[in-house]
Design a protein around this ligand. Structure first.
Ligand code: ADP
Ligand code: MG
Length: 733
């Protein structure tokens, strides 16, 4: 008998174990049992041979009628051709290899019945009629003892279809799973009995049986529900533990100080805070007053006014004698934050200068590209504590950057930072932890927030500030060329009114093979070769003609930072009419006078990215216009995506759509790519209820028993989860 940790070779023998290890990375009994069927076939689902379409992935049930081997005509080698029928039509299976070297020859004799799976191709013999075939199909022989009985059995049988790889046939996996199940020893169910009872979940052994050898769809459903729960629960226990551990670390409390900088700032704010900003501000203020570190995620759609909220938090910390660091993902953004913060603070940021307020502080900027002198000055201001606020890029994380008393770290546009980076900053506080505020404009569905960001408390900035103008979005499609001509006219009209325009391309396109800023994530994969996306350097000469007389600036990631900054400033001051750019302008850039956003080859961008780009206009009181220029045909998935973006400005709805179109692994972070995700059954979008229940139960359990002393089975599962570097992805995302 074997338990879950048992290496597979002990149960299955060396040969099979090696195949499973090499092909699928499965090493233990537990690994194999968690390799769930991708789907299940039953007779009703099988494709009749008469209805096969070229290129289709199919599973067919058929009987072998003819077996014939012959040497290949055009190359050395041998092909085994097997003809099968299901009574509705004929299909040819071909297996290539050496004569007599392979199993199909032995196993698939005439009269044998089998299940065959693969992709249908069309084979055109010289001079003959085109024929449908399956090249190297996966197959499984279905025993037919007594035809009658077998037919009945066959009709009822649920056939698991496993995800597989080349060199591994479905049979090997199915058989191995069967052997493992027959020899399985489970010491105890790791889930607390009460939890299972409360939610009506079945036992673990039953669940493994039910997912691999279901006798009915009902059994399968129950098995999936139980195993899904396990995934959600173990994950939430890990996150609950992390939350508790974080809460135990000391942080210096920074309660509000009456008559301090924050009060002075509020008094000079040119607008009223929205109720949302006030509410979130209160939450953050309370967190900062506690003696354990704040760890909060601030979510707010593009333009929701997160910066003011963050700045107010920073000022509270400065009032408490500490410093705040603001970490931005790009140079452009760091510079912009620096500018807008110094502007908003005015005399409050001019400590030591003529005209500076009495209790004023200073704001320092630290980026990788600045000159040695400016850099030294910034480092000194940070280390001496003279600068209450230090704004910067990754450069802030370097080891020699020191703070006198770092109290708060604000991370803007979180999705671009990993946790090591957040930690690098946290470590700059000896013997304690700074408070951390993470801001993101990518609205995150609640389930994802609960899971991926499960160790952060979340605040949401719901409404946009009042008086914000609307943004209209139109698709400019290939079948209506007049729309594009009209778009250029519209740009000229806006410019004539003194408004400004962004034009975005997916790449730079200076040289052959230049992939641009790497920020233009391609849309979900679509089949077919497409021309390469438009580059700004290709568009520039055309624009100079189309928009003759307008002042056009160019911005992309390959420019020298000084040049980027100069261009951005010129655009912000209204000295340029048009900014032709890559996605470097995606996040946070704020020019209220910009009213039009034209996105070329818009189908090459993801939904969230389009939404972010669109958020660059309509930031003032002027209505915004966003044009999505595309070659995508009506009805194509790409067009549907663009239509969806055009139909709503609700970022939350769009991020849901985005999530649906991406693989779960992408959501959880790049580190998951290519590796088996620990979330096999759980989907963040559809299983909100399970995740919520699991979170509640996990929190209660961890509060009562932080080290899981009373739940050894669960502790072991957790260890496995963390072992496999999954802790890494929990944080990274
Ligand atoms: P984001 O959440 O995208 O970072 P910002 O903080 O950049 O948004 O705010 C967008 C614009 O809205 C800025 O110009 C900011 O000054 C302005 N703003 C922020 N809060 C308010 C408010 N309560 N009323 C009016 N304008 C506001
Ligand atoms: Mg912002």
């Amino acid at each position: 008998m074997a338990n879950l940790d048992e290496p597979l070779y002990k149960v299955l023998g060396d040969k099979t174990a090696k195949v499973l290890s090499k092909g699928l990375g499965l090493e233990t009994v537990g690994d194999l049992l968690h390799h769930y069927p991708r789907r299940y076939a039953h007779r009703g689902e099988l494709t009749p041979l008469s209805g096969l379409q070229d290129g289709e992935h199919v599973t067919v049930m058929a009987e072998v009628v003819k077996v014939q081997g012959r040497p290949l005509t055009r190359s050395p080698g041998y092909v085994l051709e097997i003809t099968v029928t299901d009574g509705t039509g004929l299909l040819k299976l071909s297996f290539f290899g050496k004569r007599g070297s392979y199993r199909p020859e032995r196993e698939l004799s005439p009269g044998t019945r089998g299940l065959f799976a693969g992709k249908i191709t069309t084979y055109r013999p010289r001079g003959g009629k085109p024929q449908r075939q399956l090249a190297h199909p996966q197959y499984k022989v279905v025993a037919a003892r007594d035809a009658e009985e077998a037919a009945q059995e066959w009709a009822d049988e649920i056939i698991p279809i496993y995800p597989s790889t080349k060199g591994l046939d479905i049979e090997t996996i199915g058989k191995s799973v069967g052997t493992v199940l027959d020899n399985l020893r489970l010491d105890a169910d790791p889930m607390p009995r009460l939890t299972l009872k409360r939610h009506g979940y079945i036992g673990l052994r039953e669940a493994y049986e039910g997912i691999h050898r279901p006798k009915s769809w009902e059994e399968l459903r129950k098995a999936r529900a139980r195993l899904k729960w396990d995934e959600a629960f173990v994950l939430q226990v890990a996150l609950a533990q992390r939350r508790m551990a974080a809460a135990r670390l000391p942080a210096k409390p920074r309660p509000p100080v009456e008559g301090g900088l924050l009060d002075a700032f509020d008094a000079r704010l040119p607008f009223e805070l929205t109720p949302g900003q006030r509410e979130v501000g209160r939450e953050i203020s309370e967190d900062l007053s506690l003696s354990h570190p704040m760890h909060r995620l601030l979510q707010g759609d593009v333009g929701a006014g997160k910066t003011v909220v963050a700045l107010r938090a920073m000022l509270q910390v400065v009032d408490g004698g500490g410093q705040a660091a603001l970490l931005a993902p790009t140079e452009v953004l760091a510079q912009q934050h620096y500018r807008s913060i110094t502007t908003m603070l005015g005399e409050l940021a001019q400590a030591g200068q003529i005209g500076g307020a009495d209790n004023a502080t200073r704001v320092a900027l630290l980026t990788g590209s600045q000159g040695a002198k400016a850099r030294r000055a910034a480092l000194l201001e940070a280390a001496s504590g003279e600068a209450g606020i230090v704004v910067g890029t990754h450069a802030l994380l370097e080891e020699h950057v020191q703070f006198a008393d770092l109290g708060l770290v604000v991370v803007d546009e979180q999705h671009r930072f990993g946790v090591e980076q957040r930690d690098a900053l946290r470590e700059k506080v000896p013997g304690g932890r700074p408070h951390v505020l993470v801001m993101t404009a990518t609205p995150i569905p609640r389930t994802v927030a609960m899971t991926v960001f499960g160790d952060l408390e979340t605040s949401v900035l719901g409404q946009l500030p009042a008086g914000r103008a609307e943004i209209r979005t139109h698709v400019v499609p290939p079948e209506k060329p007049a729309f594009l001509a009209r778009a250029w006219e519209r740009i000229k009209e806006e410019a004539a009114e003194g408004r400004q325009i962004y034009i975005v391309c997916p790449r730079i396109g200076e040289r052959e093979g230049d992939e641009g800023d790497g920020a233009a994530a391609p849309g979900p994969a679509e089949d077919g070769d497409r021309r390469s996306p438009l580059g700004i350097m290709e568009l520039l000469p055309r624009l100079e003609e189309l928009l003759a007389g307008l002042r056009i600036g160019v911005l992309h990631g390959k420019l020298h930072p000084d040049e980027k900054d100069a261009t951005m400033r010129a655009f912000a001051r209204g000295e340029l009419d048009v900014l032709l750019a890559t996605t470097v302008i995606e996040v946070g850039v704020d020019v209220p006078n910009a009213t039009v956003m034209v996105i070329m080859d818009a189908d090459r961008f993801g939904v969230s990215q389009l939404h972010q780009l669109r958020g660059r206009v309509g930031r003032g009181t002027l209505p915004g216009l966003c044009l999505l220029v595309t070659d995508a045909e009506p009805g194509s998935p790409a067009r549907e995506r663009l239509d969806a973006v055009a139909s709503t400005t609700d970022g939350f709805q769009l991020s849901r759509l985005d999530l649906e179109q991406r693989r779960e692994g992408d959501v959880l972070g790049a580190s998951q790519a290519g590796r088996a995700s620990s979330l096999r059954l759980l989907t963040l979008l559809r299983d909100e209820e399970v995740i919520r229940d699991a979170r509640d139960e996990a929190t209660t359990l961890v509060e009562a028993d932080p080290d899981l002393a009373g739940h050894p089975g669960l502790a072991a599962e957790l260890a496995t989860l963390l072992d496999e570097e999954r802790a890494d992805y929990l944080e990274k995302a």
